[in-house]
Design a protein around this ligand. Structure first.
Ligand SMILES: [Zn+2]
Ligand SMILES: [Zn+2]
Length: 149
């Protein structure tokens, strides 16, 4: 006989576990009035006396075989590893992109410093292939670009 301790709408009984075909167990943590509980493997509601989960797709279902559960566990582990790998790749790509942007910004700052030193035009510099062939041009008129437009 279980002893139900009311806690609001939920009740807690003695520690009980749900076993799956491989022998692994999980403790039942969610109890309801009358001793109903949520399966710790799939979350499905089960009646008080249930030893197996009512959800036929659940690993704790009486239909689940150890072989099936292990195959499923392997598949999930594989998928998790693949997700992890994709995440790492995306992070590496983002870091590379970030590094590239930073280097480009630093190089531009260098070019601007050189241009300023020489009194050269930043508009011309910007329009040139400033990464590899920066163009430092001095104009006699300060409105050289705007005057032409
Ligand atoms: Zn279940
Ligand atoms: Zn210019």
């Amino acid at each position: 006989m279980s002893v139900f301790l009311p806690r609001g709408d939920a009740v807690v009984t003695e520690a009980r576990v749900m076993r799956i075909a491989t022998g692994e167990t999980r403790q039942i943590t969610t109890w309801f009035v009358g001793g109903w509980f949520n399966c710790p493997w799939c979350g499905a509601a089960n009646p008080p006396e249930a030893q197996h989960c009512d959800n036929p797709a659940c690993w704790a279902s009486k239909h689940a075989t150890a072989e099936h559960v292990r195959a499923e566990q392997d598949r999930r582990a594989r998928e998790a590893a693949e997700r992890e790998q994709r995440l790492r790749a995306a992070e590496a790509q983002a870091a590379g992109q970030q590094r590239y942007q930073e280097q480009r910004a630093a190089l531009w700052a260098e070019r601007v410093a050189t241009a300023t030193e020489r009194g050269a035009c930043l508009t011309c510099l910007r329009r040139s292939r400033w990464e590899t062939e920066p163009r430092y041009r001095r104009h006699r008129r300060t409105d050289f670009h705007t005057a032409k437009a």
